[in-house]
Design a protein around this ligand. Structure first.
Ligand SMILES: Cc1cc2nc3c(=O)[nH]c(=O)nc-3n(C[C@H](O)[C@H](O)[C@H](O)COP(=O)(O)O)c2cc1C
Length: 453
């Protein structure tokens, strides 16, 4: 287990005190109208920093006013506001006997994955490719409109501005979100990128925007800050980004002075990044190939890790340099501390692990990946497990205890409708009424089908 406690020096010179990372976790805890950082978000990151992970990556922060969900934090103009500085400071909190974690801001643009709940307008994307959500999703997505060439060329500057602000606020660097079907991932994918200009067509053309963004961000933050990129090993859909192309991209990212690549997979249309399966580390075959084919590029593997042994063995087997945890830490922010490298902590973590395996009265951690989402709930909301975890981090930020069970009915009937239909401050009342009517219509249709069958 000691491997998890070994520091890791990144190419930029900064050092992670251990090999565990709290991966990006979209909190939806910014101000719904202005996208400002809230005190609850600051408190959440204090808890995570005290929890002992060696690297914290914030939830996706939007580089302009295109949102992924209500309550996204948005990069402000000008100097970093005071709340940003507090956010950075809290993210570096050190527990007694612990070490100062590194903290990165994840920069993102949703592209076509921008729901009606945040804007009635058509989202922007590489091409006009309609969105197909499996099941009946409450979050509806309009078919995007293709970005003009000038709009594409403006994007690296937006990411760079975000990176500059994050560094000025006190963060150790940024992570560029090019996974999970967000805008940069849409450019990489032959399915969503049908452009015929310099940004579409060949693999090199589709990677152009990401590489331009990376270059601009590096210039903005300098050589001594961390520049990470999160990429899909594949989109797992016909015509999407495949593994051989993703592997070629890794070498280019190394050449572009990236400090850490995070490997994930899937998109909103196929949410394979948050699976409910027994296998730990479901993208490690690919992350291992990256380590073998692109030596010297530190690799962070995320997805499904749920035991101390699973995390440690991924490092020992050379499958990754850093292990990412998300859902576990939404339920138990101090889990890494329990797994810490010092002898006394090792005893604690061994005990914790045994308890976990025996299914005894656990702190919520063991339940996170075992939460069984009821069929009707999952039908109505494909990402129900995702919302459950997001709700828990909102509770932690507000000083409330986590719920050890998924409150499905409350989520379905009260919390989600309120969040999606009534809270989004950017929607007009007319839009909210429209959305409510659509949601009620869908619900009615489902219920009548159920009765008829
Ligand atoms: C509530 C929630 C929010 C997430 N938000 C983001 C995000 O903003 N950016 C991102 O790259 N991944 C996001 N993810 C994906 C996680 O970073 C991670 O890739 C995924 O949950 C798999 O890791 P796990 O099995 O440890 O949960 C989110 C996941 C959850 C559950």
């Amino acid at each position: 287990m000691e491997v998890l406690g070994k520091p890791l020096q990144l190419p930029c010179g900064l050092r992670m005190p251990n090999r565990l990372c709290k991966t990006a976790t979209s909190e939806h805890m910014g101000h719904v109208k202005t996208g400002e950082v809230s005190p609850e978000l600051v408190e959440l990151y204090r808890q995570w920093a005290l929890g002992g992970a060696g690297l914290l990556i914030t939830g996706n922060v939007m580089v302009d006013d295109h949102l992924e969900g209500p309550g996204n934090v948005v990069i402000p103009e000008g100097e970093p506001p005071e709340m940003w500085r507090k956010w950075a400071e809290a993210s570096h909190s050190v527990a007694s006997g612990g070490s100062r974690p590194l903290a990165l801001v994840q920069l993102s643009h949703p592209g076509r994955q921008s729901p009606l709940a945040v804007s009635w307008a058509r989202p922007r994307a590489p091409s006009e490719v309609a969105f197909v959500l499996p099941g009946v999703g409450i979050q509806a997505f309009r078919t995007p409109r293709a970005l003009g060439l000038e709009e594409v060329k403006a994007l690296p500057g937006k990411f760079a501005a975000g990176a500059r602000l994050a560094a000025k606020a006190g963060f150790d660097g940024v992570q560029v979100h090019a996974a999970h079907g967000y805008l940069l991932s849409q450019f990489l994918s032959p399915h969503t990128n049908r452009r015929t200009d310099a940004y579409g067509g060949s693999a090199a053309n589709r990677a152009r925007l990401l590489l331009e963004v990376v270059a601009a961000v590096r210039l903005a933050i300098g050589s001594t800050k961390v520049l990470s990129v999160k990429v899909n090993c594949a989109d797992f859909r016909l015509g999407g980004l495949d593994q051989s192309e993703a592997l070629e991209l890794m070498a280019k990212l190394k050449q572009a002075s990236v400090d850490l690549v995070e490997i994930s997979g899937g998109t909103y249309e196929n949410m394979l990044m948050v699976r409910q399966e027994e296998k730990e580390g479901y993208f490690v075959d690919f992350s291992k190939s990256v380590r073998e084919k692109v030596p010297g590029l530190p690799v962070l593997a995320v997805g499904g890790f749920k035991s101390l042994v699973g995390c440690a063995s991924a490092i020992v087997k050379g499958e990754c340099d850093v292990v990412g945890l998300c859902r576990l830490l939404c339920l138990q922010p101090d889990l890494p501390k329990r797994w810490g490298p010092c002898p006394s902590a090792r005893t604690a973590c061994a005990r914790f692990h045994t308890l976990w395996l025996e299914g005894e009265d656990l702190p919520a951690a063991g339940k996170s990946v075992r939460i069984q989402v009821p069929i009707l709930g999952a039908l109505l909301i494909p990402g129900l497990g995702y919302y459950y975890h997001q709700r828990q981090i909102q509770r932690i930020g507000a000083g409330l205890p986590v719920e050890s069970r998924c409150p499905t009915l409350r989520l379905l009937l009260v919390a989600l409708p309120r969040k999606l239909l009534w809270e989004p401050g950017r929607l007009s009342t007319q839009n909210r009424l429209g959305l409510t009517a659509v949601a009620l219509g869908v619900l009615g249709l489902l219920l009548s089908r159920k009765r008829g069958s």
